[in-house]
Design a protein around this ligand. Structure first.
Ligand code: GLN
Length: 201
């Protein structure tokens, strides 16, 4: 089975681990840089991007994660995880650390006060079957996306799920609904990346 880590500094780690296991991966919690080496993929969970970013510095994970993303590690970020993967953030805290790698600018807490949290059904490209029930909790949206970024889902005209190569990000929380199709999509990305890697060596 592909081995997929869940960054376990803060956020809904267990829910992601459970969804990954259901989607056919071996899930493990990651807190140390050395643990990145054995991974075929990584999930950055939702939570609070500023807190996770600060902890990434404390645990000396920021540079190793940047290197891992640059080295082609497949990563799925949901909500705060999407923010961490972005190259830039609007309405972030000053000096909020980002991992980057995904060529998007996100707007943090984008949906505003009245709809801070909401649920809706979305068509997500790459996910077959009925629409995905999407839970948004003080979620970001993608404000700007580079040419290499595919938009997989939108709320209105705002991208809320994107993919760039083996990087996947959603504004919403697929780990909270029991519908593991988005995690399956990520496991599929991890598997095909593994296949490519084996083909190269
Ligand atoms: N608003 C949070 C942030 O800025 C993200 C919320 C979430 O992950 N549910 O990081």
């Amino acid at each position: 089975l592909p081995r997929i880590g869940v960054l376990a500094l803060q956020g809904d780690v267990r829910e992601h681990a459970r969804a990954l296991a259901g989607a056919g991966a071996e899930a493990c919690e990651v807190r140390r840089a050395a643990e990145l080496e054995s991974l075929d993929g990584l999930v950055l969970p939702g939570g609070e991007s500023t807190t996770i970013g600060r902890l990434l510095r404390v645990f000396e994970l920021l540079e190793p994660l940047r290197a891992a993303v640059a080295g082609g590690l497949p990563v799925f970020g949901s909500c705060a995880g999407m923010i961490l993967l972005a190259r830039d953030v609007i309405d972030g805290r000053p000096d909020q650390p980002l991992i980057g790698g995904l060529d998007v600018v996100v707007r943090r807490n984008a949906f505003g006060r009245q709809v801070e949290s909401f649920e809706t059904d979305l068509t997500v490209a790459g996910v077959d079957g009925p629409q995905v029930h999407a839970v948004f909790i003080r979620a970001p949206w993608v404000e700007k996306a580079g040419d290499g970024v595919d938009v997989l889902a939108r709320v209105g005209d705002r991208p809320v799920a994107v993919r760039q190569g083996c990087l996947l990000a959603t504004s919403f929380h697929p780990e909270l609904t029991g519908d593991i199709r988005v995690h399956r999509l990520f496991v599929q990305i991890v598997r095909s990346e593994l296949g490519l890697k084996r083909g190269r060596t």
